[in-house]
Design a protein around this ligand. Sequence first.
Ligand code: MG
Ligand code: MG
Length: 253
Amino acid sequence: MIQLKNSAQISAMAEAGRITGEALLVAREHVREGISTKELDTVIREYIEKCGAKPSFLGYGGFPGSACISINDEVIHGIPSKNRILREGDIVKVDVGAFYKGFHGDSARTIPVGNVSEEALKLIEVTRNSFFEGVAAVKAGNRMGDVGSSIQSCVESAGFSVVRQYIGHGIGRDLHESPDVPNFGTAGRGVRLCAGMAIAIEPMVNVGSESVYVLPDGWTVKTKDTSLSAHYENTVVLTSEGVLITTLVDKEW
Ligand code: MG
Ligand code: MG
């Protein structure tokens, strides 16, 4: 069942979202060659806790980190490790959730480490653009397929592919709620959107094939063809006044 949020709940979601977005800004400040993904995870956790919130991912399904940190051909769900060191030319996906006043925020960015390839920069830009194409379709009366097809056509017209195996989701008191939010689909089909819906829209985009697999660690998702992958996510609430992107703290990012 889809849990619609009232205005008081949307205010609480805005606060959880702001903390989530700020934690990503902290992560961005620390991304540099030589830092381990574990160190990055620690600064994120410390920031969230300093705000009086809790990291949504820590312990979720047994996940050992506060953030999912995935490098290059890792798509999502990378486990922070002191043995994973960022190198110049890498792209690193940082996915963060914060739980505050009973509600979650969920957001991800793909961050270049120093100078990266033209292809990597284009991938990051297209992935971000596809999110905003999806958001443009978030209107009362539209269907979820309008959101997914907008994301898909943006990605595919750039020559990249959309991951099918993992999708966005409703969000609120629980990190993952109904409805499903696929990054692909058919316009005019699917769940009808209405005020009070809160969803995490999160395109995962590969340079090569859409095929992915899970590493033996049980978490890390990688591209099968080892091509680069990017991720961009925000928590989006459809209110009676329009769209509120709770986790978008830096409007340019
Ligand atoms: Mg996320
Ligand atoms: Mg999510």
